[in-house]
Design a protein. Sequence first.
Length: 321
Amino acid sequence: MLNIFLLLCGIGLLTLGGEALIRGALGLAVRLAVSPLLTGLVIVGFGTSMPELVVSVDAVRSGQPDIAIGNVVGSNIGNILLVLGLSAVITPLTVTALSLRRDALGVIAVSLLFTMLTFNGLLSRLDALIFLVVLVIYLLWAYWGERFEVSSSAGVYKAEADEVEQVPKSVVWSIAATVMGLLLMIAGSQVLLKGAIGMAYSFGVSEAVIGLTLVAVGTSLPELSISVIAAIRGHADVAVGNILGSNIFNILGILGVSAFVQPMKLADRVLVFDQWVMLGAAVLLVIFLWSGRRLNRLEGGLLLVGYIAYIAASFMVVAIK
């Protein structure tokens, strides 16, 4: 019970911290006259991945690489199958042509890059550097494309920022919210890790399983919040754009930073099972989106069923450590 309590407290602190960080950063962006496009693309799109970043870096520094990698792989699976599946059931999700060409295919590309660099079961600092360089290239490409492409979908990223409510109006409160958000996420990551490790021992499963499921879902709550709110308000393109950008950042940014801090060995089950589920989910999503530039309720339901099946399989494939 104590481990469950710690896990829930950690998730709560991460969620509160992530919300405060995004709102504080948006407040500063407004005061500093940062363009709405860059604000939505970087602050909101990648800001929702900050809980995963803090947890993964803290995990690798604490000697729990299985949780660090499982958190990213599990979050990417959950973002597509759970978050987009649930959002599409609420309302069919559309995607712009530019986002489909760049971001949707980008998710498949970075997932393939992950499988290629981890074929030897290790993420080295060289691999981390490759991830980070590709991330910088992607950001420059995305910003240039959204700003100058004729069929620009810049409005999607601007709308992402509009989904965040109660943004601080002054510099002081914006800085305070940003600092408080960081502190809450750091504290939450430490509490969550203690609960997650304790639960792994209590249930007799590997840390990778806990990272791929409970930790991954907990750190994906900001993405879930932004996407579901956007779907309810009818801003379907925001839900898709948020998830695609988040998944790209999870692999390139979070694993890039984490592996640069400390090279990581992948659990066998991630190599033979979970990374292929992550890649398969990305391919399935692109097929659904490409069929009509939308994700309908039936397809969303199929994604949700897929996530339930994945969670069931995750706790059944316990023989693979």
